[in-house]
Ligand binder design. Sequence first.
Ligand code: AHR
Length: 502
Amino acid sequence: MKATVTAHKDYAISRIDDRVYGAFLEHLGRAIYTGIYEPDHPTADKNGMRGDVAKLVKDLNVPMVRYPGGNFVSAYNWEDGIGPREERPVRLDLAWHTSESNAVGIHEFADWCDTVGTQMMLAVNLGSRGLDAARNFVEYVNHPGGSYWSDQRIKNGRKDPWDVKLWCLGNEMDGPWQVGHKSADEYGHLANETAKALRAFDKSLELIVCGSSNAKMPSYPQWEATVLDHTYDAIDYISLHMYFANREKNTPNYLALSVELENYINSVAGVIQFIKAKKRSKKDVYISFDEWNVWYHSNQQDRKILEGNDGWPHAPALLEDVYNFEDVLQVGLILNAFIRRADVVKIACIAQLVNVIAPIMTDPKGAAWRQTIYYPYYFASIYGRGTALNLVVNSPTYDADNVKGVPFADVTGVHNEDEGTLTFFAVNRNGKEALDLEIALEGFGDATIIDHQVMTHANLEAVNTAKNPDEVVPAKGTGASIKSGKLSVSLPPHSYQMIRAK
Ligand code: AHR
């Protein structure tokens, strides 16, 4: 089988916003406690943060991390997480039926972000609370001093404001499971008033309204239209979420889901344009895809806790998906979709970062290791920065149950003008045959291959564990070449690869 691609230096989609490689950490399960924070761990720093985890996060060069939720934020009092630790209240977390010790709050999280070299993207509670708590939180975080909340921050040990730009106005407010769930009109009105108040504090904030929790919600896409109708002039991004699952063990259908993801992005981009035209607005609103990942492996085992049959445990194992090799392909495909839609998707967050549906896993008191999906996320975050190229791809296709004409070869190209590099990310969705890929390079001069990484495995269900953390890892590719301006490479059946040229 053969696929051909043309990459021309001047055919660009858009500059990729670095923040498309963001991540998400929620007070959920062991993401925070025994994830990033474990004071008794042998690698813990003076703040109680695990050094082994911080190193794995740092290596990913994550541009920003969304915090503190998720569903958790919709019943969270941010003030519970400030002040002396021993005085902080233990609360019942209604979203995940657990207890929250509040040992980690905004100060500890901000310090951790400094340690791992990332920025904060914060969410305010528009479920059980509203505008007033939101504006106080923003004042606490961003005001230099001389006001009630900024002086409280200084009293609590942080002199300089953190100056956080990105603020999520609630989370998944379309979902009946959300504490304080609202209709699109109710939410749209509240989000608009909150946005206006936050803008009165600081015009330069970047504000994100909730779109649908997924494209199967009954209110989608009317939700987007109604919410944007209320908020268009006051906000900058609309958030989308999507989780991927292969419950039927049907790999061709599973690997076609990223086409549905692109349709979802297209539709919401269309709704944005519709409201822009309706309002005769000159302003653009973009997409913040602030929750995406594979999520299904752990569903069954989580039932007991989520149904409340285990009481209110503190930091139990929840949503601990163990990812397999097949998920490497899926994550590679999702990231390719974001690169292709770099014109409208400006922010995205892998959900989540540690332990909870995450590329990094830990054992309490024990090891931290990279799950299989760590690698495609790593390659995209490190090498997928620059300009997304508008490739012409000709690939044989297959029909999945819900999507016709799915290309076997899924390829994106990123031109980093500063470094003079060209990076291709390629997934072969075909499990039976290799694909000979030929990429015509136009306008790039005499490029040569500088790196080639391949991920493939005989067993789609192979996983990495604490005992065997290197079962699914990238290997140096062989056989890629550039001759007379044509890059040739073979994509083995069911493989992910990154090919770089300069
Ligand atoms: O990431 C896990 C959960 O998924 C988040 O809390 C919620 O926003 C979504 O439903």
